[in-house]
Design a protein around this ligand. Structure first.
Ligand code: HEM
Length: 406
């Protein structure tokens, strides 16, 4: 029986899929003492994501209570309580915070970002054409989502690069939630988070004085409407949007490019029919999900096929394995861009279903259609992966080409 930490340590970030497949094919795994479960089946993952007794707040876990809590001061605990992002909160706090952002982050606002996404994509690819080389991650996949989230929040363009730096550190923090963090890593995370908060408090003040048509102004208006959104909650929410929406979309774009390069005939099909980019993005999400797994804590004893998960125990839900479950998907490991309405779990499920899914899909399909249209004879020249195992994706992807069209 593997523990969560042993599991993370043993993962090959370049190709974790043989391991996921063996876990999916093997027996259900629940520790004999009920402290841990590893869930791979699609049906089970989908059910647990919607289960009211499965908490997203790690403070409910025995691991937190026994290992982390004794090391924390009262001040640390207060800060966690005030600043925790709503991804890691349960109802009713989660419900209140999510509702406020959902109101500001509407489909209309996402759709309004389309011209911005198209223009930035074009500019970034033009710059690569001028240079005569394309390192997809730093030239396109990294700068695009951060520019889009910054635009959405109303962050000035000159600050986008600073943003990218914070995002890299804070996203690593998300991965580290699942294993022990070193003192240096915690410090690095704290500094980035403090700088980010300070920046956002200033931006919030500016928007309070002079509201604009951006998400930050909408969040400030919610904050002003009473005690519904405190300044800490406001900055945590902005931080969540940046972190949850950045590295994940970087991976989607990188993995999408890899699919265009690797799946026979795919590039030509997208070139002649750009609308197919939508189906390609769904298959990339399913077979190569940017968020490989998530975690929940049981608030009550829960009976699973492999045994009983005790209250306080942790379940790791292997979304990347569930997406390859033959019981849910015909020919589960085959890339099929024409698969209709595949219920993959890459954006999670239940009350924490990804708020940014429409935006991520929009960015993904614009970029893939442009790459297919403009790249002549693209080929893979170098590929490296980030060390993050939860938010997995390429850190360097050199694409050679004969021409990068206008
Ligand atoms: C391909 C890109 C993306 C992927 C794969 C992805 C995946 C996910 C997943 C799996 C969760 C839920 C985790 C859990 O249940 O434990 C989530 C939550 C969330 N995502 Fe995304 N995400 C992406 C892009 C974005 C973008 C672009 C944004 C916003 C700008 C965003 C904002 C959020 C927020 C706010 C949550 C928290 C929702 C809640 O707790 O209620 N995501 N995302």
């Amino acid at each position: 029986m593997t523990t969560a930490f042993e599991l993370l340590d043993g993962i090959d970030v370049v190709d974790p899929y043989p391991l996921w497949q063996s876990l999916l094919d093997g027996p259900p795994q629940v520790a004999p003492d009920g402290s841990f479960a590893l869930v791979t089946s699609h049906a089970q993952c989908a059910e647990l994501l919607r289960h009211p007794a499965m908490s997203s707040d790690h403070r409910n876990s025995d691991h937190f209570k026994n290992v982390r809590l004794p090391q924390l001061t009262a001040q640390d605990l207060e800060s966690i309580e005030k600043r925790e992002v709503f991804l890691f909160r349960d109802p009713p706090v989660h419900t209140r915070l999510r509702r406020l952002v959902s109101k500001a982050f509407t489909p209309r606002q996402v759709q309004q970002l389309l011209p911005f996404v198209e223009e930035r994509t074009r500019e970034l690819l033009d710059a690569a054409a001028t240079r005569g080389r394309l390192e997809l991650v730093s030239d396109l996949a990294y700068p695009l989502p951060v520019a889009v989230i910054s635009e959405l929040l109303g962050v000035p363009h000159e600050d986008h690069a600073t943003f990218a730096g914070w995002s890299a550190v804070l996203a690593k923090g998300l991965d580290r939630l699942m294993s022990e963090r070193t003192a240096e890593e915690m410090e690095e995370n704290r500094v980035a988070s403090d700088e980010f908060r300070e920046y956002f408090e200033q931006l919030a003040e500016q928007r309070r004085a002079e509201p604009r048509d951006d998400l930050m102004s909408a969040l400030v208006a919610a904050e002003e409407a009473g005690d519904r959104l405190s300044m800490d909650e406001l900055t945590s929410t902005a931080l969540l949007l940046l972190v949850a929406g950045h590295e994940t979309t970087v991976s989607l774009i990188g993995n999408g490019m890899l699919a265009l390069l690797r799946v026979p005939g795919l590039l030509g099909r997208v070139r002649s029919n750009p609308a197919l980019a939508e189906g390609v993005i769904e298959e990339v999400l399913r077979l190569d999900p940017p968020v490989q797994m998530t975690m929940r804590t049981a608030l009550a004893d829960i009976d699973l096929p492999g045994g009983r998960l005790r209250a306080g125990g942790t379940a790791v839900l292997l979304l990347a394995a569930a997406n390859r479950d033959e019981r849910e998907f015909d020919g589960a490991t085959t890339f099929d861009a024409d698969r209709a309405d595949a219920q993959h779990l890459s954006f999670s499920g239940g009350i924490h279903y990804c708020l940014g899914a429409p935006l991520a899909r929009l960015e993904g399909r614009v970029v893939l259609a442009e790459l297919a249209r403009r790249l002549v004879e693209p080929r893979l020249e170098a590929l490296e992966y980030r060390e993050n195992r939860v938010l997995r994706g390429p850190s360097r992807l050199e694409v050679g080409f004969d021409a990068l069209l206008e």
